[in-house]
Design a protein around this ligand. Structure first.
Ligand SMILES: Cc1cc2nc3c(=O)[nH]c(=O)nc-3n(C[C@H](O)[C@H](O)[C@H](O)COP(=O)(O)O)c2cc1C
Length: 170
């Protein structure tokens, strides 16, 4: 698969089989994140790997809606960043997150982004605070998102070439 195909094939996958993601696959995904570009080459992100089913279940409920798929993921990576280390931490974390998603696609794995920044749980508690308590994150760490990975339990269509928003290109 060349990069052009990977880009077209990447779709958000929220249903996964029980097949585990191997340590080699996980390492390849994390390698991609660690090679991602960062402002001033700060590389101040932290990636928290969660495989434990109970922990995945808790992560899936750390915000009000939209994270449920994490309970079925084989593994999730919490993308955190030392916000005091850079003024472009959101960009850096987002680039690392999406780079992992493209790498997962190349490996034949599915993935989906669960937004954490600016999200609250159903009691109004900040989702990042819930994760901070659960994973013991240091206070300076902010969480952008959690990416869930696994073997796709559904097949999604390739991105439709004929429906691209070419009018956004000016
Ligand atoms: C910043 C951002 C936040 C997202 N948050 C969520 C989320 O919380 N839950 C979810 O299921 N999908 C989330 N997604 C995935 C989008 O819903 C998905 O990328 C979009 O619907 C396009 O579909 P596709 O990825 O299959 O092309 C998010 C994606 C991005 C880039």
């Amino acid at each position: 698969m060349d990069f052009k195909d990977i880009v077209q094939r990447r779709r958000s996958i929220r249903q996964f089989t029980d097949e585990p993601v191997t340590d080699d696959q996980l390492k390849t995904i994390l390698r991609a994140a660690l090679m991602a570009p960062t402002g001033h080459s700060k590389r101040a992100w932290q990636f928290f790997v969660v495989k434990d089913k109970e922990q995945l279940g808790i992560l899936s409920q750390c915000k009000e809606a939209g994270g449920e798929f994490l309970s079925k993921a084989a593994v999730a990576v919490v993308v955190a960043y030392d916000a005091e280390a850079s003024d472009v931490w959101i960009e850096d974390a987002a680039i690392a997150a999406v780079t992992m998603q493209y790498q997962a696609t190349e490996l034949g794995l599915g993935s989906c982004w669960s937004q954490i920044r600016c999200r609250k749980d159903n009691q109004g508690v900040d989702a990042t605070e819930n994760i901070r308590k659960q994973l013991g994150l240091e206070p300076q760490l902010q969480v952008l998102c959690i990416i869930g990975f696994g073997h796709p339990a559904i097949e999604r269509k390739l991105q439709d070439e004929s429906r691209l928003s070419w009018n956004a290109v000016r």
